[in-house]
Design a protein around this ligand. Structure first.
Ligand code: HEC
Ligand code: HEC
Length: 214
């Protein structure tokens, strides 16, 4: 540590959340300041983020196609029952969200959904702790417009209590349920772009100021 500026940078970084994103890292500092760095080694001369609503909206309008794909919709439905299949039909047997998103006292997700996909057609997919969002934070994607979904992602009351869009993006980089969508098991379509491209677009949305489509 050579000088006071270095010391401040170290403090700033230790308070930051570092997200491993495709080909780079996002560093989320305080005060809504987001800095982008392109290597595992976090450097101090990060470019300052400039608000560019046009770029942010364009990136979100692409990324939102993933949110609206069956893999995500099926766990983020408008109602209180998960959906299934590429056409998001009713889940068989009928199961309910329950308070915690893990079903009710009669039937729990974990009775069928194991920690990995069960091999074979129409078999239950799985990741550790397979469940849908809880009653208090339903995080509905189904039936929303891109603008609504976008503003929900920035609203702690609707995004699962996360403080910011940046934290929601962190979830997208690391959550096993999200990653599962690109490894969903037999006969299930994957989202319309790679996970890497998806993160890149969400990253572009955040670093350009996270404006929402109108
Ligand atoms: C197996 C069910 C399941 C699938 C599949 C799923 N999610 Fe979720 N999602 C959840 C649950 C449950 C939560 C609540 C937080 C938690 O418990 O992880 C959540 C939370 C979120 C959040 C809120 C952010 C946060 O930090 O809590 C976002 C954004 C999200 N999911 C995006 C997606 C996207 C995009 C996909 C598809 C690529 C997807 N999810 C697929 C169950 C799922
Ligand atoms: C009795 C067994 C059983 C229980 C309990 C169960 N599921 Fe399922 N679930 C399945 C099976 C089997 C499939 C696969 C259906 C298929 O692909 O045809 C499935 C598929 C799904 C899918 C669709 C995956 C996709 O994108 O196609 C979601 C989402 C889902 N379950 C969520 C839940 C949630 C949430 C719970 C608890 C509230 C739950 N399930 C409880 C058996 C069960």
């Amino acid at each position: 540590m050579q000088n006071a500026q270095d010391a401040r940078n170290v403090l700033k970084l230790s308070a930051a959340i570092i997200v491993a994103a495709a080909g780079g890292y996002l560093v989320f500092g305080g005060h809504n300041k987001v800095e982008r760095v392109d290597a595992a080694t976090v450097r101090t001369e990060n470019a300052v983020i400039v608000d560019n609503p046009k770029k942010a909206r364009a990136a979100f309008n692409e990324a939102v196609k993933v949110f609206f794909s069956a893999r995500c919709i099926n766990c983020h439905p408008a109602g209180d029952n998960p959906l299934q299949g590429n056409d998001s039909k009713a889940h068989e047997p009928e199961v309910v969200r329950g308070i915690e998103g893990r079903g009710n006292e009669d039937i729990q997700c974990a009775m069928c959904h194991l920690e990995t996909n069960t091999v074979g057609e129409n078999m239950p997919p799985g990741v550790p702790d397979w469940h849908m969002p809880p009653t208090a934070h339903k995080m509905i994607f189904q039936g929303l417009t891109a603008a609504q979904l976008c503003s929900n992602l920035k609203d702690p009351l609707k995004n699962g209590g996360k403080k910011s869009a940046k934290e929601a993006v962190e979830h997208l980089a690391t959550d096993p349920k999200v990653l599962w969508a690109w490894n969903p098991g037999t006969n299930r379509a994957i989202p319309p772009m790679s996970h890497e491209d998806f993160l890149k677009k969400m990253n572009d949305w955040v670093v350009n100021g996270a404006a929402c489509p109108k």
